[in-house]
Write a protein of this length. Structure first.
Length: 437
């Protein structure tokens, strides 16, 4: 057996111990299971390098396949770093195994090459560790910057909040002052309203039941005048007036077909006197001083008269009726929104409505108070508190004949012991529905 060369002799034990010491300090790995470098006592050989590496690589591939199928972007970056770390560890393991294998048989060149691979793998691990620390530092700096921005923004918001609290406190003081002023104004307004009510009552003191009776007659004429254009629009819209009259007052025996107009007048009167109130808070005499009722509505848009016109128009003129007359619901839409159209039809309605509204206000001030009463259909006619339209007087028989009330055209009123008769349409069974000429 030849001696080892004397020039620059290699010291394997020194090389191995030095490299292993460096490797242990840097990586701090536990002992990796490596195949036995010596032959078995039974003469069997140790596992080959390929078998050991293949076994370890299969385990790594299997573990790597456990990654989720749809990672997020942040998770992808983390997975890449982990894969680099696993690759470096695997390379270090292979290099260390090559270093062990180079000792049996002892081969200086292989030992040197394996040693360089081990050092290179350790350096790779160090670079990964350094990069990881740098990333952590960057994240800490980012978090610190974000925290600083948030703190600055919170500080600004807190200042704004303090300003808003101060403004709210000042506004609260202003609201308290305005509330006191509002209470004072309401007290003054109530006093003024009472004074106006008192003066209006004094202005009506000179009026008596004869004046009230004249107003009732004026209301009846106004309803009659409004019924004319209403019936004319029905004819123009090709309404069947006989069916319309029968729908209002069914099974009525008319002395003449033209008398069916009283059914339409009764329809208008019932709706205009619906909810007749004697507790009107303010009469607004100025509304009656203007000749044009539309002008009164324009000048006093918030008056009780304007509210009365709106409510009564929507009650008297049905939406289907308006569509058949004009082809649209413009009148209804305008009136519902407090706008009064300057059309002949609405002007005729407002003229009638002003008389009914005035009668309602008058009944609230006259002394003694006026009481409204009606007559039921089918009642026996009584001359004491009923009267018939003048057109029907020529069809009356003897005074002693009995008449039946078909329907009420206008309600009656009672003022103390004075009666203002209710106007009714009557029949005695001998009338027949005539045909219009």
């Amino acid at each position: 057996m030849e001696d080892a060369p004397s020039s620059k002799p290699l010291k394997p034990s020194s090389i191995i111990s030095d490299r292993v010491s460096k490797f242990a300090k840097v990586s701090r790995f536990r002992s990796i299971g490596v195949f036995n470098t010596s032959e078995d006592l039974d003469g069997g050989s140790s596992p080959s390098l390929d078998e050991e590496v293949g076994s370890s690589n299969d385990d790594f591939v299997f573990c790597a396949s456990k990654v989720r199928s749809k990672p997020t972007e942040v998770e992808n970056n983390g997975n890449v770093e982990i894969l680099k770390l696993f690759d470096a560890l695997l390379a270090l393991k292979l290099a260390y195994m090559k270093l062990q294998e180079a000792h049996i048989p002892y081969d200086p060149e292989k030992i040197r090459a394996a040693d360089e691979e081990v050092v290179s793998s350790i350096e790779t691990l160090c670079s990964i560790k350094k990069a990881y620390k740098e990333n952590l530092l960057k994240e800490d700096n980012t978090v610190s910057a974000c925290s600083a921005l948030l703190l600055a923004e919170i500080h600004v918001k807190e200042k704004a909040l303090e300003k808003l609290k101060s403004r709210a406190k000042n506004k609260g003081k202003e609201v308290a002052v305005l509330r006191r002023e509002l209470q004072e104004l309401e007290t003054r307004n109530n006093g003024i309203a009472e004074e106006i009510n008192k003066r209006e009552k004094e202005s009506f003191k000179g009026l008596n039941h004869y004046s009230f009776e004249n107003i009732v007659k004026a209301v009846g004429k106004a309803i009659h005048d409004f019924a004319k254009p209403l019936i004319a629009l029905m004819k123009h819209s090709e309404w069947d007036l006989d069916k319309a009259a029968s729908a209002i007052q069914p099974s009525v025996v008319y002395a003449k077909r033209s008398h069916k107009k009283y059914a339409f007048e009764a329809y208008v009167a019932r709706r205009m006197f619906h909810g007749f109130s004697q507790n009107q808070p303010c009469f607004e005499e100025n509304v009656m001083k203007l000749d044009d009722p539309i002008a009164a509505l324009m000048e006093y848009p918030q008056s009780s008269f304007a509210e009365f016109c709106r409510d009564k128009y929507l009650l008297v003129v049905h939406r289907d009726m308006e569509v058949s007359f004009f082809g649209n619901l413009d009148h209804r839409s305008f009136v519902a929104n407090g706008i009064h159209p300057h059309t002949p039809f609405y002007r005729a309605f407002v003229r009638m409505a002003r008389f009914v509204w005035y009668l309602q206000g008058f009944s609230a001030f006259i002394e003694p108070r006026a009481e409204i009463f009606g007559v039921k259909e089918g009642s026996d006619f009584s001359n004491f508190y009923m009267e018939i339209p003048k057109e029907l007087e020529e069809y009356k028989s003897l005074v002693g004949e009995r008449y039946k009330v078909e329907f009420m055209v206008m309600p009656g009123f009672k003022i103390g012991e004075t009666l203002i008769k209710s106007q009714v349409y009557v029949s005695n069974g001998g009338f027949s529905n005539g045909t219009a000429n």
